[in-house]
Ligand binder design. Structure first.
Ligand SMILES: *[C@@H]1O[C@H](CO)[C@@H](O)[C@H](O)[C@H]1NC(C)=O
Ligand SMILES: *[C@@H]1O[C@H](CO)[C@@H](O)[C@H](O)[C@H]1NC(C)=O
Ligand SMILES: *[C@@H]1O[C@H](CO)[C@@H](O)[C@H](O)[C@H]1NC(C)=O
Ligand SMILES: *[C@@H]1O[C@H](CO)[C@@H](O)[C@H](O)[C@H]1NC(C)=O
Ligand SMILES: *[C@@H]1O[C@H](CO)[C@@H](O)[C@H](O)[C@H]1NC(C)=O
Ligand SMILES: *[C@@H]1O[C@H](CO)[C@@H](O)[C@H](O)[C@H]1NC(C)=O
Ligand SMILES: *[C@@H]1O[C@H](CO)[C@@H](O)[C@H](O)[C@H]1NC(C)=O
Length: 716
């Protein structure tokens, strides 16, 4: 367009030179006027009167390029006729110039001023003078996103800014002062910004900036990310003394921010916990206050803020309640066994732990040290080495910790009881075949009560069926392999328990699993040893099972163990590899269960230290020069050698065989003179280096003819 107008104007002016003699309101050159929006500007236009000097009346017309009718017409003192676009802000300035106030960006463009001379018979119409008005405008936004925009966590959003101005502003997006460029998170193009995969961290201010040399405009939008709350100040562990108030914070941020906080004690809502609900309050900021804490309030408190979006987070902390030591459930009667050690306990509950317990016996402070065989144990209990009638009485205890005590226990009366005793003890051992019945006798008495009798298997409890007969005897209706082992008969009354043990061999079963499997591994072998289990009544043999740890359960391989040996060296392992081993016993009735599986790593091959490299290269560049005195041999030392050179050897030959010319040439010499050579002969020489016990390969061979004046040298 500009180009078109310029061409047009050029043609206007080029024609004028010939035809516009007497033109009015004419300038030779187009004017270029620049103004800032809002300012006032004058578009110049002169009136040149005809040569006769007469002041003829004239009409001024102003055209905007592209609009065929003038927007401003002025004739003499009549009010000008103005297009509504320009009304109120245009006026004639001087003879024909136009003043425009409050210039607008839209006013930019080419203007033409035409002056029509009236009362003139000729040349009443001329193209006038051309003015180009440039209106500079600082950037202003025509479209911006709202001040606040919302987006869901995980979603995306596009913000658009369009700016207007002259020259055309460039629009960029900024976040925290940094200009944004397109990447995984943002797509920036043409004044619009797309934020993708929106996360909580994307919340906050985004600014679009429109910039030109006329200035800049900035618009800021805050992105609010809708999502579940985020706990900014989680609760912290606290310790309070009894009756104080406890306070847990739980500050969360969220959008939307209509948060409700729920607090749990252990797994229960604090408002649903009977003892607690009347003493708790949850403040609007999520803080939980527990008034006048009790020891029972101790435990885990969990807060969970929610705005009904997504999964509500939670955070926990522990409340520790300190309270003076107190006695819980002191029994009114304490039974102690006559003539046996007895313990008088003070059942204490304290936090921090109890530091001391004071006792009273029959209302008087009890001095333990005054009674031989009495002592106070670390937990405050009194131990009596042998309970007699002297020990009888009423006991009370008062426990203390750092916070003091909650007071004395109720009184407990000591009552002597005889311990139970066995009337029938089980025998030392029993052997019975599997599947058969067996009764192991045990009976106990006591005075006055009959003690209760129980049986238990030592070690792994037996899942097989067994009964305790009314007499106290242990009955197996049908013995099973599992019953094999050590059993204890326990007789219990209020004061104590006594036990009697016996061994039961269940014969006629497959062997029991070997125990204590031990493996010591080397690089490629491992010595597996074990303790045999019970053989089930028949001779047992073993096999060792192995596999690489990373292989599956089908890859176990077995190696038989010769004779009754209880160890085996497993060969053919790979170094630095994890292996698993288990041992299986077998007798004529079958195999027992596998032993425990032991995992070991074979060791790494010992790293062999390489032999130090011995290197000796031959002497180099041997040359021979015949001189007056003889043949001068020179050479260079070997290029590479690991130790210093000891000496050099020079050898010569006349025919086939090499002979030593000199074998004691010091290492710091690299030439010798070969004298007294046989005339008219073809000599060849070579050099060797000696280092430690090593003789190098030979150097190059040089040949010298001792014939005539001309010396012939050849390298062979
Ligand atoms: C005046 O300008 C118009 C275009 O606006 C052009 O067509 C015409 O030839 C011009 N006349 C003279 C006399 O220059
Ligand atoms: C809070 O107390 C619990 C339980 O006593 C403990 O496991 C946790 O490490 C404590 N936390 C802090 C931050 O001390
Ligand atoms: C609790 O009581 C003890 C002993 O009186 C005192 O040393 C401690 O400061 C108290 N703790 C608090 C949190 O008040
Ligand atoms: C929070 O406000 C949203 C939208 O107004 C509503 O759907 C939600 O139920 C409110 N959540 C809570 C916990 O009041
Ligand atoms: C394997 O270990 C057993 C038990 O430690 C030991 O008695 C036995 O001699 C060892 N065998 C070899 C070959 O080292
Ligand atoms: C050998 O003799 C030639 C000529 O006489 C001389 O240029 C050269 O340097 C000599 N070389 C040595 C190693 O002396
Ligand atoms: C000497 O040693 C260097 C570096 O190890 C090697 O590049 C060169 O070839 C050796 N020279 C000879 C003559 O062996």
């Amino acid at each position: 367009m500009i180009w078109y107008v310029a061409t047009l104007i050029a043609s206007v002016f080029s024609t004028r030179g010939t035809t516009a003699q007497g033109a009015h309101g004419v300038r030779e050159e187009p004017q270029f006027v620049t103004a800032r929006a809002g300012e006032s500007v004058v578009l110049g236009c002169d009136v040149s009167h005809p040569l006769n000097g007469q002041q003829t009346p004239y009409v001024v017309e102003w055209f905007k390029f592209g609009v065929p009718i003038p927007f401003f017409i002025n004739f003499r003192f009549y009010p000008p006729h103005v297009d509504p676009e320009y009304a109120g802000r245009t006026s004639l300035h001087g003879k024909a110039s136009l003043q425009i106030e409050q210039v607008r960006s839209e006013d930019q463009g080419w203007y033409e001023c035409r002056v029509l001379m009236l009362e003139q018979q000729y040349d009443t119409f001329h193209n006038g003078s051309w003015v180009h008005l440039t209106v500079n405008a600082p950037p202003t936004f025509t479209e911006t996103p709202p001040q606040y925009v919302e987006a869901r966590e995980g979603g995306s959003i596009t913000l658009s800014c369009t700016a207007f101005g002259n020259p055309k502003p460039v629009v960029t997006w900024l976040r925290e002062g940094e200009q944004l460029t397109s990447n995984k998170k943002y797509m920036v193009s043409d004044g619009s910004l797309t934020v993708q995969a929106i996360a909580r961290e994307d919340r906050g201010a985004y600014s679009c900036r429109a910039h030109s040399d006329q200035g800049e405009a900035v618009h800021t939008t805050r992105l609010l990310v809708q999502g579940p709350p985020y706990i900014v100040a989680p609760p912290e562990n606290i310790t309070v003394n009894i009756s104080q108030n406890a306070l847990f914070t739980c500050q969360a941020e969220a959008y939307p921010g209509n948060l409700t906080y729920t607090w749990f004690w252990e797994e229960d809502n604090v408002y649903f916990k009977n003892d607690l609900k009347l003493r708790v309050r949850i403040l609007i900021d999520g803080t939980l206050i527990i008034f006048r804490v009790k020891p029972e309030d101790a435990g885990k408190y969990t807060c969970s803020p929610s705005n009904s979006l997504g999964i509500s987070p939670s955070a926990s902390a522990y409340l520790t309640v300190q309270y003076p030591a107190r006695v819980l459930n002191m029994p009114p009667v304490i039974y102690v066994p006559r003539k046996l050690p007895g313990i008088i306990r003070c059942p204490v509950d304290a936090n921090p732990p109890v530091t001391s317990v004071r006792w009273e016996k029959d209302g008087y402070p009890l001095r333990v040290e005054k009674y031989p065989g009495w002592s106070q144990m670390p937990d405050g209990s009194i131990r009596v080495a042998e309970v007699t009638e002297d020990s009888l009485g009423t006991y009370t205890c008062v426990p203390y910790n750092a916070l003091g005590t909650m007071g004395q226990s109720p009184p407990a009366t000591l009552v002597l009881k005889d311990p139970p005793y066995f009337n029938v003890r089980p025998g030392g051992e029993y052997r019975q075949e599997a599947g058969r019945e067996l009764v192991i006798p045990c009976a106990a008495s006591g005075d006055p009560e009959i003690p209760t009798i129980t049986w238990r298997k030592v070690g792994k409890p037996s899942r097989s069926k067994h009964n305790i007969l009314p007499s106290g005897s242990l009955q197996f209706v049908s013995l099973s392999k599992e019953d094999h082992g050590e059993w204890e008969c326990v007789a219990t009354n209020v004061v104590t328990s006594i036990t009697a043990s016996t061994r039961l061999f269940v014969i006629g079963t497959s062997p029991h699993a070997p125990a204590n499997v031990h493996v010591s591994a080397s690089t490629t072998s491992a010595n597996v040893s074990w303790e045999p289990g019970y053989d089930g009544g028949f001779e047992q043999t073993f096999s060792v099972w192995k596999k690489k740890t990373d292989l599956g359960p089908h890859d176990w391989l077995s190696v038989p163990v010769p004779g009754s040996q209880t160890w085996l060296v497993v060969q053919g392992l790979e170094p630095k590899t994890a292996y698993q081993f288990s041992v299986l016993a077998q007798n004529k009735l079958g195999t027992g269960p596998f032993s425990e599986v032991v995992t070991v790593n074979t060791v790494v091959y010992p790293v062999s230290t390489p032999e130090p490299l011995v290197l000796l290269t031959p002497p180099r560049c041997l040359t021979a020069n015949r001189t007056q005195q003889g043949v001068l041999l020179t050479w260079l030392p070997p290029a590479n050698h690991t130790s210093p050179i000891d000496r050099y050897i020079i050898e010569f030959r006349l025919g086939e065989r090499w002979e030593v010319l000199d074998d004691l040439i010091p290492a710091d010499e690299t030439e010798i003179m070969a004298r007294d050579l046989i005339p008219d002969s073809w000599y060849e020489f070579r050099a060797l280096a000696v280092m430690d016990d090593l003789i190098s390969e030979s150097s190059n061979v040089v040949g010298v003819s001792s014939t005539g004046r001309t010396i012939t040298i050849e390298s062979v």
